[in-house]
Design a binder for this molecule. Structure first.
Ligand code: ARG
Length: 616
């Protein structure tokens, strides 16, 4: 995905300077240079101003002129209005720009409103975010955790920008695997009313195993003339597996035809699975319930129409009895109907795209799914384009995006496991996080000077939960999504470093400070006399641009990086500039900067789905 999507935010002086230099470049060099990057960078030395424009060197080379001469021309052509002092040339052709302090202060004052400068989009079309995607009859695992955390953060960012977002939980709740487990439970005479998710998970695996035979093993045993005992064993396994498969196929047909009892049992399996999922979502502070469930079963009657569409428009061909869609640029086709007439995961996804783009009218469908499904989504998206479902009914182009993410690894760099070696369940991971968070918070509350000192157990537990869950979420969102990362609770929960608790703590400290001050005047003029005040103001002003950038790039780590920089810049400011002890006007101006920083931290953490407790 393009990471360079330009985002213009009127309140941000940097964007304004960028735009002014772009105009100057086209004025001098013509429209074919409209796309040239003006290369506006922060200066490393504040004595040289706030920003520099580094474009003259590269552009001069392209047109065969002296960089300094071109820089002179740019200075003549650029109109910075009252944004900056007259810029100056340095070295071979750098242009140094110093913002006017009153302009920055005015911009900060303008940003200091409930929206924090984020401009809502007026696009009424909904965006679909496909997240969570758990499978019925199985435990939710850490991959679904990542999908939920990342998907929810992206949905929040898009909503913050004023877009309507439809969160869809594409449950794996239909098809042969479900029929297999239903059949298995029935055979065993299991009382479904008393069924737990753990038992269900075991039954699922047993059902899978019983339908698996070892045809290759049997062939090899015959060829190698293995002992009659071994061959008999493999033959028994073979016929058992055949039986299990055909019984499951019958069960599926009965379920598809709406057999009352089977449908009731099937609903029970969904209830058992989803109860645990809702508990986890609740703990994660993700607002999703049954109304967000739109699983494979929802599309069951849409599958044949998908096939009809492809067949009628000659977009597929038969291949050895199966139906496949070919792609121009690669050999391997996409299977959309099996030889035995069965539909596939891909068929459901095609039906979902049809529904989302043609019925819901979404112009952006975002799939937050494990990176291992990359080829699946490439194929399904290409097939949807072939079917012309990449346009809404009113002719709007649809963006279909897979946001892939990597695995969570254990300390041994292998996929995270419990001590007993089974795949770690989500519930155990989250309860560990909450427990660790609570321990941290309780330990700090022991100190008589801590703002949490004297809180009752429920108060400590609420903050502990926010810290523990915040730590897990931040770790999940703060690095490049496709990278695998090691789950290291000690590092994630630390109050220092690139962690969620560090940001929560920075926020809570400002809350305490403001409470102590007690007299914030929201109309006091903002004055930026100290360099640290100016730096803080410049970072604050970037917030709306960062939100826009995450909405475009779908990379939450950019917001994490920004919030971290803001917290660091704030602590530099706070060390250099006394707040409570400053004399009146300065004190009021600094209190406003503190308050604005606090609100940006709270808002930004909120977009990541992380709570910002006022005391820690
Ligand atoms: N149930 C799938 C899995 O666990 C994830 C579903 C993702 N969404 C989709 N539209 N395919 O692998």
């Amino acid at each position: 995905m393009s990471a360079t999507t330009s985002t213009s935010t009127p309140g941000d002086p940097r964007s304004a300077i960028q735009a002014a230099f772009s105009r100057a470049i086209t004025a001098i060099l013509g429209d074919e240079f409209a796309e040239a990057d003006p290369l506006i960078r922060n200066t490393t030395n504040p004595d040289h101003g706030d920003f520099q424009c580094n474009a003259a060197m590269g552009l001069a080379k392209r047109i065969g002129r002296k960089p300094r001469d071109l820089a002179e021309d740019l200075l003549q052509a650029v109109d910075l209005g009252d944004l900056a002092d007259p810029p100056e040339i340095a070295g071979p052709g750098f242009i140094n720009i110093r913002l006017r302090t009153d302009t920055i202060a005015a911009a900060v004052q303008q940003m200091d409103a409930p929206a924090l400068g984020v401009i809502p989009s007026d696009d009424p079309r909904p965006i679909v975010v496909d997240l969570c995607g758990v499978n019925v009859a199985k435990q939710m695992h850490v991959g679904h955790l990542r999908s939920t955390i990342i998907g929810d953060a992206l949905a929040r960012v898009l909503e913050r920008r004023g877009r309507a977002v439809v969160r869809e939980n594409h449950l794996g709740d239909w098809g042969l695997p479900i029929a297999m487990v239903l059949h298995r439970l029935r055979e065993a005479g299991t009382d479904l009313d008393a069924l737990t998710l753990t038992e269900l998970d075991v039954a699922y695996r047993e059902a899978q195993a019983s339908a698996r035979d070892d045809a290759a093993g049997l062939r090899a045993a015959n060829e190698r003339h293995a002992g009659p005992h071994r061959i008999a064993e493999l033959e028994a396994q073979q016929s058992g597996a055949e039986q299990a498969r055909s019984a499951a196929a019958d069960t599926l047909v009965a379920l598809q035809q709406g057999d009352d009892e089977l449908v009731r049992d099937w609903n029970r399996l969904i209830d058992v699975t989803m109860q645990a999922v809702y508990d986890a979502l609740d703990l994660l502070n993700v607002q999703m319930g049954p109304e967000n469930n739109r699983g494979e079963s929802f599309y069951r009657d849409h599958l044949q129409p998908v096939i009809d569409h492809f067949e009628k428009n000659k977009l597929c061909r038969t291949d050895d009895g199966a139906l496949v869609v070919d792609f121009e640029d690669r050999e391997r086709p996409l299977l959309i109907r099996k030889r035995d007439g069965g539909f596939l995961y891909a068929t459901s996804d095609l039906a979902a795209i049809h529904h989302r783009t043609q019925e819901t009218g979404a112009d952006r469908c975002i799939y937050v799914v494990d990176a291992r499904q990359k080829d699946h989504f490439r194929d399904v998206f290409d097939a949807a384009r072939i079917a012309q479902w990449d346009r809404t009914n009113d002719g709007h182009e649809v963006q279909l995006v897979h946001v892939p993410f990597g695995s969570i690894l254990g300390p041994d760099k292998k996929p995270l496991k419990t001590r007993s070696g089974t795949n770690l369940t989500l519930a155990s991971l989250l309860s560990e996080a909450v427990e660790r968070g609570t321990r941290e918070v309780a330990a700090r509350a022991e100190s008589p000077s801590a703002p949490t000192h004297g809180l009752d157990d429920a108060g400590i537990a609420a903050i502990g939960r926010a810290v523990g869950i915040g730590a897990v979420k931040y770790a999940d969102l703060s690095s490049d999504l496709v990278r695998d990362y090691v789950f290291d609770m000690d590092r994630m929960i630390a109050f220092e470093g690139d962690t969620g608790p560090y940001l929560q703590y920075a926020h809570a400290r400002i809350c305490t400070l403001l409470e102590k001050a007690g007299d914030l005047d929201p109309a006091a003029p903002i004055r930026l006399e100290d360099n640290q005040e100016r730096q803080l103001a410049l970072v604050l002003l970037r917030y709306p641009g960062v939100v826009a950038d995450v909405a475009a790039s779908l990379e939450p780590h950019r917001l994490c990086g920004y919030l971290h920089e803001l917290a660091d810049t704030f602590s530099g400011f706070y060390q250099a500039c006394p707040v409570l002890k400053a004399e009146d006007e300065i004190r009021q101006s600094r209190l406003r900067l503190c308050d604005l920083t606090r609100r940006v931290l709270e808002d930004g953490l909120g977009l990541l789905g992380i709570e910002a407790p006022p005391r820690m």
